[in-house]
Design a protein around this ligand. Structure first.
Ligand code: PXG
Ligand code: PLP
Length: 437
């Protein structure tokens, strides 16, 4: 048992009072396992928080971080540079879809989302279309918790309390989820491409000359694994092109292997104009996010006298040397271990095992793409989310860490998961479901 004073730390997205009565404390991690304060080994079925696809404490990332922190711990981020940030920039754009040549570093996915939205507005203004300021998100979207990301986001509970102070000039297209039309689809649902037409409705309403960008997750994670219907993203791309709207893919979860490619854009065969990343950029080891842009977006902003700052935006820790070192080691391992191909190799096994849960009590849908998996449960009458949390708790007590978003069970196994590990995760969930009321 741990002996810390648990009160001062206000935990993020956590039921603080319940946690502090019965804490779940993790004290160490290695490979695919956590150690908890009681010395138990827990199989991590969530790769951290979608972050650590390569496993925990990868020796090469640990070594890179140790060496960097002892060599250049911090380097002034504005008007100064250091080699690791430039090297990482080159490596990451090298993996990106054709046309992506520039990258802006942030410290999280939330900062990446807000940065991307601001870049889109600056881009249009620089090209003489200063009225293009309206931002379009999608219902059920998650783009972090800063003001911009919360505003374009579509998770009702994240918005409710802040409703009056959401940034102005935002609208949302409808989400793509429909149990009646796509329950138990494997991979991309075949129904739903037409839902992209909802963007046309908003263009008619607001006029294209006022719209800056559309931001969507190619496949959404937080709202419970929503996989894009076949043809849906292609249609969004066409409509954005038709109206001069920038298309932003928020790939904080889908980039760096999670869907079996370097980027979701490649997996789904649709190229946006701006991409946000975080999490897998450093395998979660040091916080870091980034915004990748096409050359045309960057060039539009490289105007004016050369000695002036082109974009009035940046973070004290943008391109932090220790984060950059972690990122560089991570990119090297992705290449050496063929991580993205590894995901493709086990995706089929994961899908088969996951969909076996269809027969279990309370299960009303199962969704998957790459190594993202969601199992939706019927809510208990009068207490939505209770069943999902109970499955999370039962799995934890049974030695497996998963996550629940309300009544949706979420899985994000490691890229190097063995079949036995996948079976253990699914069996543990099955036992939990059978024990539920
Ligand atoms: N965009 C997307 C698509 C994300 O998934 C963020 C932005 C924000 O990133 P930061 O680093 O600011 O948290 C995310 C983060 C879940 C879960 O349970 C997912 C996230 C965060 C917390 C929980 O699926 N994704
Ligand atoms: N608040 C104050 C008072 C600051 O001085 C700064 C940065 O210098 C910030 C906020 C922003 O911090 P960051 O650059 O780490 O996002």
């Amino acid at each position: 048992m741990s002996t810390e004073n648990l009160e001062p730390y206000w935990m993020p997205f956590t039921s603080n009072r319940a946690f502090k009565k019965a804490p779940r404390m993790l004290t160490a991690a290695k490979g695919h396992y956590y150690t908890d304060a009681d010395g138990r080994q827990l199989l991590d079925g969530f790769s951290g928080l979608w972050t650590c696809g390569l496993g925990h404490c990868h020796p090469k990332i640990v070594a890179a971080v140790q060496s960097q922190v002892a060599t250049l711990d911090y380097s002034m981020a504005f008007q100064m540079g250091h080699p690791q940030a430039f090297e990482l920039a080159e490596k990451v754009v090298g993996l990106a879809p054709e046309g992506f040549t520039r990258i802006f570093f942030t410290n999280s996915g939330s900062e990446a989302a807000d940065t991307a939205l601001k870049i889109s507005i600056a881009y249009h203004r620089a090209r003489g279309e200063a009225t293009r300021t309206r931002l379009i998100g999608r219902e059920k979207g998650y783009h972090g918790v800063n003001f911009g990301g919360t505003s374009v986001g579509g998770m009702p509970l994240n918005r409710k309390v802040f409703s009056a102070v959401m940034i102005p000039g935002v609208d949302h297209i409808r989400h793509t989820h429909s149990l009646a039309d796509m329950a138990f689809s494997k991979g991309q649902p075949t129904w739903g491409a037409h839902l992209a037409e909802d963007l046309e409705r908003l263009v008619q309403l607001h006029d294209a000359s006022n719209i800056s960008a559309l931001i969507v997750e190619p496949a959404s994670g937080s709202s419970g694994i929503l996989v894009p219907p076949v043809g849906y993203l292609d249609r969004l791309r066409e409509i954005c092109d038709k109206h001069g709207i920038l298309l932003i893919f928020d790939e904080v979860i889908t980039a760096f292997g999670r869907v079996g490619a370097a980027f979701g854009a490649q997996r789904f065969g649709v190229t946006p104009d701006i991409i946000t990343v975080a999490k897998g950029l450093t395998n979660g080891v040091i916080p870091m996010g980034a915004v990748l842009v096409k050359e045309s977006v960057y060039q539009a902003l490289m105007s004016g006298p050369e000695n002036l700052i082109e974009l009035f935006h940046g973070y004290t820790y943008s391109g932090h040397p220790v984060a950059a070192a972690a990122g560089l080691a991570t990119m090297q391992i992705y290449q050496e271990e063929r991580s993205f191909a590894q995901v493709c190799d086990i995706e089929g096994t994961f899908e088969t095992l996951l969909h076996e849960l269809k027969a279990e009590p309370h299960v009303i849908d199962i969704r998957n793409i790459g190594l993202m998996g969601g199992v939706e449960l019927a809510p208990r009458t009068g207490s939505p989310g209770a069943r999902g949390f109970e499955v999370f708790m039962r799995c934890f007590n049974d030695g497996v860490v998963i996550r629940n978003s309300g009544d949706i069970i979420q899985l994000s196994p490691f890229f190097g998961s063995t079949e036995d590990e996948l079976i253990r995760i699914i069996d543990t969930i099955r036992r939990a479901l059978r024990a539920l009321a």
